[in-house]
Design a protein around this ligand. Structure first.
Ligand code: ZN
Length: 329
């Protein structure tokens, strides 16, 4: 339809140019009105004219989580917003050769990581690092920060990770203490969580574009609360933390759960939220409107450095009430 609209405008302009010298002045006026009318109708009916969705590559295919649910949920959240087009890169199964799993990152502005499994091919590793170094955006989602504990650069892109043999050699524990991020170099394993429950996210940065107009405190849908995460700890901006309650099996610390990282020219949005349920319809951590909106904002910011629409939607959770977008829209 947009092509048709552009075609109409061009045709009208050409017609006016050819005829203005030898046709009555009246006809010229009529044509001018036609052009203006077409433009107005176009603006009314095609408000998205000129907006191009962010080309996104979502990497999945191996995970100790239900990636068959999570990658569909992520794709739907992103695409249903109208701001992203998502291609899927589904890896070979665990134990299969990765030699032919070579990804071309050059077409994309954003890579979403929903992968925790075997090492990628050397070419894909190199391509991914080049992509980030040269300014590509990345979303690190939930267990993606468990992956590749021995890959130094990958851990610098995540800033924090857990499990897969992580310990004091991986870097400090990082948590919120005395109003800032604290690095704890004590010995111990990296990565754990208590039982799943609803918990409150606490905002730590009002000025960041991702945070604009979002509530300082809101209740997240039932989810894991990652704690005792370790890594290089190169968090750029901490956005939300949450208290990991020992009564739920947690660390007793205020844990960093949503933050940004910079690597080369690349921007990274890391969310530890979103443990996938057994099916799309039973997936409260990802159906939570707070999870979805922070993910959308983080993804847009990672790809473009900006947030276009900073309005607070009516369905964002509050400090008293959870809120869900059950159809990922
Ligand atoms: Zn999980």
């Amino acid at each position: 339809m947009i092509d048709y609209f552009i075609g109409m405008v061009i045709k009208s302009i050409i017609f006016v140019k050819l005829t203005e010298s030898n046709i009555l002045h009246k006809t010229y006026i009529v044509m001018k009105i036609r052009i203006i009318a077409v433009l107005i109708i176009g603006m009314l009916f095609f408000p998205v004219f000129g907006k191009s969705p962010i080309k996104t590559l979502l990497i999945t295919g191996q995970n100790n989580h239900n990636w068959r649910v999570s990658h569909i949920a992520l794709k739907q959240i992103l695409e249903n917003s109208g701001d992203f087009i998502v291609d899927l890169a589904v890896s070979p199964s665990q134990g299969e050769s990765m030699e032919k799993f070579i990804l071309d990152f050059s077409k994309y502005s954003l890579v979403v990581l929903d992968y925790n499994g075997d090492s990628w091919s050397k070419k894909t590793n190199e391509g991914f690092l080049d992509f980030v170094k040269n300014g590509g955006g990345v979303v690190v989602y939930h267990a993606a920060d468990n992956a590749f504990s021995g890959w130094k650069e990958y851990n610098e892109i995540c800033a924090l990770g857990g499990w897969e043999g992580r310990n004091e050699n991986s870097g400090p524990w990082v948590y919120w203490k005395d109003n800032s991020l604290y690095k704890d170099y004590s010995k111990g394993n990296g990565g754990s969580h208590g039982q799943q429950h609803e918990y409150v996210l606490n905002g730590r940065n009002k000025k960041h574009p991702i945070m604009k107009n979002l509530p300082e405190h809101w209740i997240h849908g039932k989810d894991e609360l990652y704690d005792r995460m370790r890594g290089p700890g190169n968090i750029k901006d901490i956005l939300y933390t949450a208290y990991s309650d020992p009564e739920k099996g947690g660390s007793g610390r205020e844990e960093p759960l949503i933050f940004t990282v910079e690597y080369g020219k690349g921007k990274i949005f890391h969310t530890m939220l979103g443990h996938a349920g057994d099916q799309l319809e039973n997936n409260p951590a990802m159906q939570c409107a707070g999870f979805q909106i922070t993910l959308l904002r983080g993804a847009e910011w990672a790809a473009t450095g900006k947030i276009k629409d900073k309005k607070l939607t009516k369905d964002f959770p509050t400090d008293k009430k959870t809120s869900f977008r059950t159809i990922y829209k």
